[in-house]
Design a protein around this ligand. Sequence first.
Ligand code: PLP
Length: 295
Amino acid sequence: MPEQVLVVLNQPSADAPPHIQGARPFEAADPAAPLVRPLDLGLTRGDGIFETISVVHGRPMALDHHLRRFAASAAKLALPAPDVEAWRSAILAAIEELGSVEEASVKTVMTRGVEGDGRPTGWVHASRSPDYGGVRREGIRVITLDRGYRHDVERTSPWLLAGAKTLSYAVNRSVLREAASRGADDVIFVSSDGFVLEGPTSTVLYRLGNRLLTPGTGLGILDGTTQASIFRYAEGRGFETGYAQVRPAELRRAEAIWLVSSVRLAAPVRELDGEEFPVDAELSAGINSYLLELG
Ligand code: PLP
């Protein structure tokens, strides 16, 4: 079975011409061969969108939600609308080609294409996932960092594209280096006016008694697919779920916090800003088992 699979779309959007007239909608390609042209705006400007989807035993998790978010990101960037069914077929083909490994991930990427060409570039890359078992059990050390935007940035300044999953993730990587330099593993962003937002690649989730809460959308943060799945699990177990705008001091009063995302799933926070934080081992295990069964 291959370690990785690449599938290239001939026509990522029905609103733009295909790359090759009359060719099949997508083709498998050599993941080691060159694919993207040097003037592709995805490379030169980070002008494009992506999704990362968990795959467990060959089954994609929350695929419809990911495809909806992919289309919503495209709309925010005024990219041609992705042909959702073509993307779905390419994703399923990539998963099938990878074979039934325990845990894998699929990344979908659509860029604005080569400058002046008008045709988006699109591909699907599938690969096996590293083992996140330890992180899911033991937890992660997290620091809070100022994101530099107010909590209402999405409404006041939509051109900043907050809340879209764009290829411009250099900042989301840089904050991890900042965290590492302070002896931490991950980050919770806080708005410039002091509200808890999200991680650089995850949604913040916390438990207060019988309630499982998250900051929710409209704060310039992503509409998390993993958080949505966890809410369904929690509601089935009698938890109340909801959305709340909180400040870091209120978050610290939670009984447990998780950073949740596709692929890594629910990572409990075991240290927050240098102070030990309690891990809810039982609920963490329940959430992660549920997510793994969903796939
Ligand atoms: N927030 C950001 C900024 C992300 O990049 C991600 C995922 O990568 C998430 C939240 C979590 O989203 P999901 O649970 O759909 O993976």
